[in-house]
Design a protein around this ligand. Structure first.
Ligand code: T46
Length: 136
């Protein structure tokens, strides 16, 4: 499985750090939506779905968390621990977010507007479609 973890360039000076992300530059797609999650309960797992078309970059802008990526054949767990790191999550990739540290904030840059019909929330359905497709 090919992983793309970006290390963005912080613009730092004595006042602190700043990271700037522009579409088609640091981010390989047009950014149509930004959302973020916070106040996660201890031990909670979020995600547990794949997207048919959506591409995303996940950035843990405060605290840390882990991301499970699963393409139907292979699984990888990627830690997100720095506010200047971004994990690319392609379409057709089952993903789960877990082990959020206290106070963690996970921000997501998304290539499409919110569309519930783009989600595959059933793991068997995901495996039946993408797992078999990848093996052909
Ligand atoms: C994803 C992972 C990384 C909206 O109304 N608009 C939105 O843009 C989003 C993202 C969510 N919602 C609503 C839908 C649900 O009622 O917010 C609620 C929580 O969404 P969900 O349970 O899908 O959240 P996660 O954390 O499981 O998944 C989210 C994204 O939905 C998903 O696309 O890839 O983060």
């Amino acid at each position: 499985m090919q992983l793309t973890k970006y290390v963005f360039q912080p613009h730092g000076d004595e006042r602190g750090q700043l990271v700037a992300l522009e579409e088609y530059k640091e981010v390989p797609f047009k950014i149509k939506r930004v959302y973020y999650m916070y106040d996660m309960s201890p031990g909670i797992v979020r995600g547990r779905h794949a997207h048919k078309n959506l591409q995303q970059i996940l950035i843990c802008i405060h605290g840390s968390c882990k991301i499970l990526l699963d393409n139907g054949n292979e699984k990888k767990v990627v830690p997100l621990e720095k506010p200047y790191e971004g994990l690319y999550v392609a379409n057709n990739m089952w993903h789960e977010m877990f082990e959020f540290s206290e106070g963690a904030v996970l921000m997501v840059l998304a290539s499409e507007l919110y569309d519930e019909s783009d989600y595959i929330r059933n793991y068997e359905e995901f495996l039946n479609f993408y797992g078999k497709q990848d093996k052909e």
